[in-house]
Ligand binder design. Structure first.
Ligand code: IPE
Ligand code: IPE
Ligand code: MG
Length: 222
């Protein structure tokens, strides 16, 4: 089986998962956070080099305040877990505008990045307060400030992280759209849409997506 070097996932459907079980949306987010841990471990085990997870978009700030607070608490819990019980294999970085997140969380993000920087296994890239349009606009202003020519290489150096493009982009919950995710980086990505809701997306579902990717023929226009 061909393992993608970089998998990016739009983790969608936490709310619908909870609704179907007559639970509050926050329970869906909690179970979604469990999927994050499981999928990160499994991807590392399978030899995936980069895993980008879309956890909170620049548009998600428009959600009800109570839901945002619950999501921030969950994010903090996840960061605390990384800090208190670090996986010595996994390097953690963030794709984030870092503009609106609470100071307490920004500080923990920096700590996690610093403490995991030397790890050699999977790189987990968490997209939090992430919007691709915002990222592109920020990259353009960095280019201008540094007085750099707008070449592909220079531009990519100005993105939040300059990772290889995602080979495979997965979206759960049946929606088939990018929702402002990796607009530049997705130029030649393979897409995999599944009806499975994110809290139900576990090892078996990841393997199915990779198997599907394995048999695709990529041509890159050539
Ligand atoms: C994904 O689940 C998590 C975030 C976007 C934060 P949703 O909260 O979007 O769940 P649905 O789409 O309402 O089911
Ligand atoms: C996309 O999910 C963002 C994340 C998964 C973080 P949304 O639930 O916010 O997307 P839309 O609103 O259905 O497009
Ligand atoms: Mg959604």
């Amino acid at each position: 089986m061909k393992i993608p070097q970089h998998i990016a996932i739009i983790m969608d459907g936490n709310g619908r998962w909870a609704k179907a079980k007559n639970l509050p949306r926050t329970k869906g987010h909690k179970e979604g956070a469990a999927s994050v841990e499981i999928i990160t471990k499994e991807a590392n085990k399978l030899g995936v080099k980069y895993l980008t997870l879309y956890a909170f978009s620049t548009e998600n700030w428009a959600r009800p305040k109570t839901e945002i607070i619950a999501l921030m608490n969950l994010l903090e819990e996840t960061l605390d877990k990384f800090l208190n019980n670090p996986d010595k294999n996994i390097k953690i970085i963030f794709s984030s505008s870092r503009k609106k997140l609470p100071a307490k969380i920004l500080k923990k993000m920096q700590q996690v990045e610093k403490e995991s920087a030397k790890n050699k296994g999977l790189t987990l890239n968490l997209a939090i307060d992430y919007g691709s349009r915002q990222e592109i606009l920020e990259a353009i202003s960095k280019l201008q400030k540094k007085n750099l020519k707008p070449t592909k290489a220079n531009f990519e150096k100005c993105l939040y992280n300059n990772l290889p493009d995602p080979d495979l982009i997965i979206r759960t919950s049946g929606e088939q759209r990018l929702s402002n995710f990796l607009l530049w980086q997705a130029a030649y990505s393979e897409f995999y849409f599944t009806k499975t809701l994110w809290p139900d997306f576990r090892e078996k579902e990841l393997l199915e997506a990779i198997k599907d990717f394995s048999i695709r023929q990529r041509r890159f226009g050539a």
